[in-house]
Design a binder for this molecule. Sequence first.
Ligand SMILES: CC(C)(COP(=O)(O)OP(=O)(O)OC[C@H]1O[C@@H](n2cnc3c(N)ncnc32)[C@H](O)[C@@H]1OP(=O)(O)O)[C@@H](O)C(=O)NCCC(=O)NCCS
Length: 184
Amino acid sequence: MFRPELKTDRLVLRPFEPGDLDDLHAYRSLPEVCRYLYAEPSDRADAAERLARQVDQDQLTAEGQELVLAVVLADVDRVIGEVGLTWHSETDRQGEIGYLFHPDFHGKGYAHDAAAQVLGLGFGELGLRRIKATCDSRNEPSWRLMERLGMRREAHFRSCEIFKGEWRDVFVYAMLAEEYQATK
Ligand SMILES: CC(C)(COP(=O)(O)OP(=O)(O)OC[C@H]1O[C@@H](n2cnc3c(N)ncnc32)[C@H](O)[C@@H]1OP(=O)(O)O)[C@@H](O)C(=O)NCCC(=O)NCCS
């Protein structure tokens, strides 16, 4: 399976390219973007290393891989964030989505539209049975996005890990293929 480009009215989702460093660094360097990510804010060298890895995360041909797509705001040709789709199991047809966006582009539905495209790819071409997403319970914009996408909260794990020096709770959301079809 290989899908280099997805489109909406406002967005283009495509694999990262070497020329995306400034845009990627602009959001990966921000503490507020990294607050609930395992990653810490990047300096430019970290961002360049990350970009080199993400340029290669351009396909899903085997379980265990993560496809990472740059989300380009078409009008201005700028990478405003990224979405990911991990293929966890071919046998069990399980996947996971993730997303992060530059704060200048929050609150406009871009994350929703990009994540919806990735769900479509997972349930469509990849034929997944279930797609999950997880977040820190305090990350309300993230779990609200999952709910807008039609995902269900399946679990609330309390104090399940020490994250950035403190215990945290984690929500697990998921959607089944038939639930996705019902939203169409
Ligand atoms: C999680 C994250 C991607 C959510 O982004 P977001 O901007 O809240 O989500 P959306 O793009 O779907 O925008 C939704 C908002 O846009 C509004 N909106 C405006 N125009 C819209 C449009 N045309 N279509 C849909 N929604 C629109 C919605 O009403 C909603 O507003 P609300 O939050 O006041 O209810 C963002 O907070 C983020 O990048 N956080 C940092 C990284 C992170 O934590 N990632 C997740 C790790 S688990």
